[in-house]
Design a protein around this ligand. Sequence first.
Ligand code: P1T
Length: 387
Amino acid sequence: MPKKDSFETLAIHAGQAPDPATGAVITPIYQTSTYAQEQVGVTKGYDYSRTINPTRSALEACLAALEGQGIDGPTYGLAFASGMAAIDTLLKLVKPGEHVVASNDVYGGTYRLFERVLADYGLKFSYVDVSNPQQVEAALLPETRLVWIETPTNPLLKISDIAETAARIKNKNSQIKLAVDNTFASPYLQQPLALGADFVVHSTTKYLGGHSDVVGGAIVTQDATAYEKLKFLQNAVGAVPGPMDVWLTLRGIKTLALRMERHSANAMRIAEYLSHHSVVAEVIYPGLPEHPGHQVAKRQMRLFGGMVSLVLKNGAAAANRMVASTRIFTLAESLGGVESLIEVPAAMTHASVSGSPLEVPGGLVRLSVGIEHVDDLLDDLEQALKV
Ligand code: P1T
């Protein structure tokens, strides 16, 4: 067996051999909706771009290689128009009357999709603290088909032990699938399939794209049967990304490893700085030894990532003042780009969990730490916390 290439090499080359038609080193943007057929049904493998597009196929192969780096055997990737489109398509494997155990700390849009869209189609959801694998196990019902976790979670950065969660689920019922939303870690920091997950989901909008210039999503699996169903759904439902969007994502992925190193180093410095600040009640970062998931994160992640959350002593009013006072950190939703962002989840990304059992504290501030010089970022936070 030839040795597998390293992550950095796969990120640049997987699925991206020079274009067979021209030798172009960079995968072309096949900006076409349809393909000429020599005779009815005689194609070069491409018939219609909702079904298949060469630029999209390159991204799908690259994502499959990155998430599959740590495992033997093939992996399969599918790209979608957004993270939400990927999640919605995956949830179509669950039928009315069936049950999903989900994290009680998830992206607000995921909760909204589950509770305000899919629940109307007869899917049932329970929300538990998935950082406790025993709680996940205890929530499994005879009709449970899927367990949905984020790790780290959005926005409270809780850590789930993927391997232990997978083992407990499979031990109880091998038919139950485990899906991990790997958006916050990216495949450079964490590869859930190698730890026993059945599906990895991404908002590629974030670290994979990496430059805040494109919205997209993805699913990766080793399960060939599930892949065929999902590929059918990708085409049948049609939430596919366009060629320009997948090309931007491919370009972003080439520097993923470098970016994640810098995001993580900057975030660690910022978390340490904030944890000594007098107006800060709590800093949440899996890289800090006092984080309850630190040991698990150390085991299953290469580094601790670029997301830092903090709770201010003076609550929502202080949080709102801080986010309006930064100069380099831009007040905006989203995360994972090269530039630093700051937001108040309760009023922004997680407004859709307000009033629900998943409500997040009003004084919580979430930082997406970028790859600017860390001294500038520290100065910026220092002056914003004085306001
Ligand atoms: O925005 P979209 O590409 O559709 O992805 C949705 C999504 C899925 N999963 C996680 C963990 C996410 O964080 C997101 C999107 N999150 C934000 C926009 C945010 O600011 O948290």
